[in-house]
Ligand binder design. Structure first.
Ligand code: NAI
Length: 357
């Protein structure tokens, strides 16, 4: 079978080629074509010999792109997302076009959770600033003071795989109290993660009121878009820090800029950004970046931005490639596929309910 993979980097090619040549994953290697450019309406025609296409987080797949894929002489039958989030795909149109869609729901929740923890501590202890200072021979400590995390309250918005992994490290590693919010509370799993004495579910307003650190781990949906906005930021404890490793659209950028300027928000770490589609995963260092909000964010000493790299570990890339190729085999060879979001003209149950552990 033939798979066309879009938006690839050298590391994607390396891990996909390795998985494709691993008989335990792919007994008969597939033909894989790698493109470095994204999947769009105009590049869809380059999938003309493909049985399936593989897309990444910032490939937008609205109805027009799906129809372009379905309109090719050899119709593409499946969309393989090599990521967990699927907010970038019009699943309803995929269903109507009988296109199958699958994702990789859990390649390494710990990878993202550990990165979120790294952001919390970098922001808190200002190691990003210390690193630069010391390299210039400046050993002054002024401006580098942080807070001891032990005993502080951490608010986890979304207690799925990544949220629970993050809660576990913060509670068991740092000795933080954990409060969480989720429309599908999982009391037992939260207790398992953070220990018998810690961790309780509260409403979002209460979480914002009591937390010193708020970390977002819910998916981007119509309900969660701009869940962090002017109104919710006003409810945040003064000086609390916000971390978003989930999806950029959860945060209203203008509102966080206002909250940073007023010093109500004590710090912000973003691994994901609303306008990231235009910028992330590319080198723009010799260009004039036109996104004024992002550029404004970069001017704050208490803001950290990274380029959607929470997932970026060897273990995660191995699992992404292997799981994508398993999904490919299962979807196209009529085998059961637990990661299917759309199959045979039906939305999988996972689409209407949040993905559970
Ligand atoms: P998951 O599906 O296991 O958990 C998501 C949780 O969010 C569920 O428990 C769900 O009930 C909850 N949720 C839904 N709506 C909510 C709301 N309004 N308020 C609070 N909670 C809500 O997903 P997982 O694997 O934990 O991933 C979380 C997100 O992380 C993904 O949706 C994806 O966008 C993002 N992600 C980011 C990566 C990165 O590299 N930065 C890599 C992988 C995922």
């Amino acid at each position: 079978m033939h798979l066309v993979v879009f938006s690839t980097k050298p590391y994607d090619r390396e891990f996909f080629t390795r998985a494709n040549n691993n008989p335990a994953v792919t007994p008969t290697p597939h033909t894989i074509t790698f493109h470095s450019f994204p999947l769009t309406q105009s590049t869809a025609s380059l999938a003309h010999e493909a049985d399936a296409v593989c897309a990444f987080v910032n490939d937008a797949l609205p109805g027009s792109v799906l129809r372009a894929l379905r309109g090719l002489p050899q119709e593409v039958r499946a969309i393989l997302l090599r990521c967990a989030g699927y907010n970038n795909v019009d699943l309803a149109t995929a269903k109507n076009l009988s296109l199958s869609v699958a994702n990789v729901p859990a390649y390494s929740p710990e990878a993202v959770a550990e990165f979120a923890v790294a952001l919390v501590q970098t922001l808190n202890r200002k190691t990003h600033r210390a690193y630069n200072r010391v390299r210039e021979g400046n050993f002054e400590l002024s401006g580098l003071m942080g807070q001891t995390l032990y005993g502080k309250t951490v608010g986890v918005v979304g207690t799925g795989r990544i949220g629970l992994a993050f809660a576990r490290v913060m509670a068991r590693g740092f000795g933080c109290k954990v409060v969480a919010t989720d429309p599908f509370p999982a009391e037992e799993r939260l207790k398992e993660a953070v220990g018998p004495d810690g961790g309780n579910y509260v409403e979002l307003d209460e979480l914002l009121r009591v937390s010193d650190v708020v970390s977002l781990h819910c998916p981007l949906t119509d309900d969660t878009k701009h869940i962090i906005n002017g109104e919710t930021l006003a409810k945040l404890k003064k000086g609390a820090v916000l971390v978003n490793t989930s999806r950029g659209g959860l945060v209203n950028t203008q509102s966080v800029i206002a909250a940073l300027k007023s010093k109500h928000l004590g710090g912000l770490a973003l691994d994901v950004y609303e306008g990231e589609g235009e910028l992330f995963y590319q080198d723009h260092s010799a260009e004039i970046i036109q996104d004024d909000d992002l550029m404004r964010l970069m001017t704050f000493p208490n803001v950290l931005v990274s380029g959607h790299q929470g997932f970026f570990t060897e273990e995660a890339l191995t699992e992404i490639a292997e799981c994508t190729l398993r999904n490919f085999d299962e979807l196209l060879n009529d085998k059961p596929c637990k990661n299917a979001l759309v199959r045979q003209g039906q939305l999988a149950r996972r689409d209407s309910l949040p993905v559970r552990i």
